[in-house]
Design a protein around this ligand. Structure first.
Ligand SMILES: Cc1cc2nc3c(=O)[nH]c(=O)nc-3n(C[C@H](O)[C@H](O)[C@H](O)COP(=O)(O)OP(=O)(O)OC[C@H]3O[C@@H](n4cnc5c(N)ncnc54)[C@H](O)[C@@H]3O)c2cc1C
Length: 65
């Protein structure tokens, strides 16, 4: 079975990870139109508010992982 997921933020990557855990034999492909996956938009107010300065801290996972 091949499953295609559109969007690689919270919902898409959660769905992909869960599916691979319960159906490891499935082929799961995630399409993301930007270069960033697992972006945590919830961190934006803290970044804008100067609580941290490295925007990469809002990215939970690299594409390669
Ligand atoms: C300021 C802020 C604070 C937040 N605080 C919280 C919080 O405290 N707690 C909480 O639980 N949630 C919070 N959220 C919400 C949380 O971040 C979102 O629920 C989450 O980002 C939603 O992710 P999503 O995957 O559903 O969709 P989206 O974030 O909408 O991501 C969709 C992805 O799909 C991609 N995409 C769209 N169309 C295509 C296409 N045709 N082809 C390929 N890729 C496509 C987009 O590029 C995008 O990366 C906050 C959000 C914001 C902005």
């Amino acid at each position: 079975m091949k499953v295609v997921i559109i969007g690689a933020v919270a919902a898409g990557m959660s769905a992909a990870a869960k599916l691979k855990r319960i159906k490891p034999d499935y082929e799961v492909v995630v399409y993301e139109k930007t270069d960033i996956v697992s972006f945590g938009a919830c961190g934006l107010p803290y970044y804008v508010g100067d609580f941290f300065h490295d925007p990469n801290m809002m990215i939970a996972r690299e594409k390669s992982k």
